[in-house]
Design a protein around this ligand. Sequence first.
Ligand code: MG
Ligand code: MG
Length: 251
Amino acid sequence: MVILKTPEQMIYLRRAGEITGGALLAARDAIRPGVTTAELDRVVRAYIERHNATPSFLGYGGFPGSACISVNEQVIHGIPSPLTVLREGDLVKVDVGACYHGFHGDSARTFGVGRITPEAQRLIDVTRECFYLGAAEAKAGNRVGDIGHAVQTHAEAAGYGVVRPYVGHGVGAHLHEEPDVPNYGTPGHGCRLYAGMVIAIEPMINRGTKDVVNLQDGWTVVTADGDLSAHYEHTVAITSDGPVLLTDVGE
Ligand code: MG
Ligand code: MG
């Protein structure tokens, strides 16, 4: 069931979004060659708790971290580890959720560690563009297929693969609510969008094949061909004035 949010609930969702976005930028500011993903996870947790919120991901389905941190060919759900040391040229995806007064925010970005290749930067840029093209379709009266089609068309025109098994989703009192928001689709198809819905739009774009593999740790998803992947996510409110990015606190 799709849940429309009340104005009171939107107050908490906006604050959860601000905290989520702030935590993501705190992680970004801590990224440098030599830092471990466990250290980034501590930065995220400290930021969220300092703002009177709780990390949405910590303990979710048993997940051991406050952020999902995925490096290079890892697509999503990477587990922060003191053994994972970031190196110059890596692509690191940080995915953060914060829960404030019972409501969640969810946002992810892909960052380069030091200097990265032009090919890696292009993947980051196109994935970000895919998000904004999809978000532009997050209007009352449209359907989720309009979002997915916009994302898919742009990614595939660049020669990239669109991850299929993992998708965007509704966000509210639960981190994952209906509807699913795939990064592929047909215009005019799928769940209709209404003002009051809050959804996470989150393109996961691979430089090579769209296919992914789940690692034995039970969480980490990697590209099937070992090539790079990028992720860009905001929590988006659908309003009568158009989409509002709740987790966008600036660059
Ligand atoms: Mg996320
Ligand atoms: Mg999400």
